[in-house]
Design a protein around this ligand. Structure first.
Ligand code: SF4
Length: 322
């Protein structure tokens, strides 16, 4: 029996994953579980298990509200459910696993990034000052089909950013799209601009750092806060930006609002459903900058968005005398 705990696919990848016919039990602990998953569960004989009270997916046979003190017992139950289901479905469902394999270096925490730069933020500051690294973009994001094919905006924007010597730190479902696209391994260094290429080659890190899920966004901000504290600067002074090129879910909305309040230039695509409220649009795209230093930027074209982000980063670099 094999277990995998971690980020191995985004929410749009769940259905094809079940269609491989290899899954005995699928345990859901996030509200981003596709609502029509029961049809796959029925066809491929998967036992659906929910460990959160906020999941209301039809066809969920096993519901276990999560209590941290019962985690071990709950894990045992999930294993038992999978074993029992394996006995029922074995021999009836033919597994079909795609042969394509992609490598990814994942799990960059604040500590791992600091470790990669020798636990000395001055090393990061030095490459920013030299211009080898123009700036850093946090890409925290879902995956949607509303502004193009799955992960198309996310992958193409990341490609444009690294080409411009901007390091991408990624979280959320979009992060997994970047892993699948081969942006989170050392081969991707070849796609970076000359400055970033030199930095990544020296540190042996990919130009897109895979942090984890969307709920790890707060941890990305810890890294940026550490940099701001080190430089004794405000967040809004730094050559950084945030992007959510395929936001979809309410957690992503919260991340976006957090980023603006945090003081970051925050790109969102598709355009949020607020254009019927002109005062709110003005507040988020213009006026809020004088309050927090952050603001919302819009745009659905990866090249144009990358240009906007680069120009914001260059403006901040100039203001810092770089
Ligand atoms: S909020 Fe978005 S990034 Fe987070 S799990 Fe849901 S779909 Fe994925």
């Amino acid at each position: 029996m094999r277990f995998f705990v971690g980020l191995m696919g985004n929410w749009l990848a769940i259905e094809p994953f079940l269609a491989t016919g290899t899954v005995d039990a699928f345990v859901m602990e996030e509200n981003c579980s596709p609502p029509a998953i029961d049809q796959y569960a029925e066809k491929y004989q998967v036992a659906l298990v929910s460990v959160s009270t906020i999941i209301g997916v039809p066809g969920t046979e096993h519901e276990m509200p999560y209590y941290p003190q019962k985690a071990e017992e709950m894990a045992d139950k999930c294993i038992h459910i999978a074993i029992e289901n394996f006995k029922k479905r074995h021999g009836k469902i033919k597994p079909m696993v795609p042969r394509h394999v992609q490598k990814a270096i994942a799990g960059f925490s604040t500590e791992a990034v600091l470790n990669a730069i020798g636990n000395d933020l001055q090393n990061l500051v030095d490459v920013i000052v030299k211009g080898q690294l123009k700036g850093i973009v946090a890409l925290a994001n879902c995956s949607t089909l509303r502004n193009g094919p799955q992960d198309w905006n996310t992958v193409n924007l990341a490609k444009q950013l690294i080409k411009r010597d901007i390091l991408v730190v990624a979280g959320g479902c979009g992060n997994h799209g970047l892993e699948v696209a081969g942006m989170c391994n050392l081969d991707a260094i070849d796609q970076a601009g000359d400055g970033l290429k030199a930095v990544c080659s020296a540190l042996k890190i990919p130009p897109v750092l895979s942090f984890g899920t969307c709920t790890d966004t707060g941890r990305i901000s810890m890294l940026v806060t550490a940099l701001a504290d080190y430089l004794d600067a405000d967040i809004s002074d730094l050559p950084i930006a945030v992007t959510a090129p395929e936001w979809m879910e309410q957690k992503a909305t919260i991340d976006g609002i957090f980023a603006v309040a945090y003081g970051a230039f925050t790109h969102l695509s598709p355009t949020p459903f607020i254009t019927g409220a002109p005062k709110l649009v003005k507040l988020l795209t213009e006026d809020v900058e004088s309050l927090t230093g952050g603001k919302v930027a819009l745009g659905d074209d990866p090249v144009e968005v990358a240009e906007k982000i680069e120009s914001h980063i260059m403006k901040k670099r100039k203001a810092m005398g770089l």
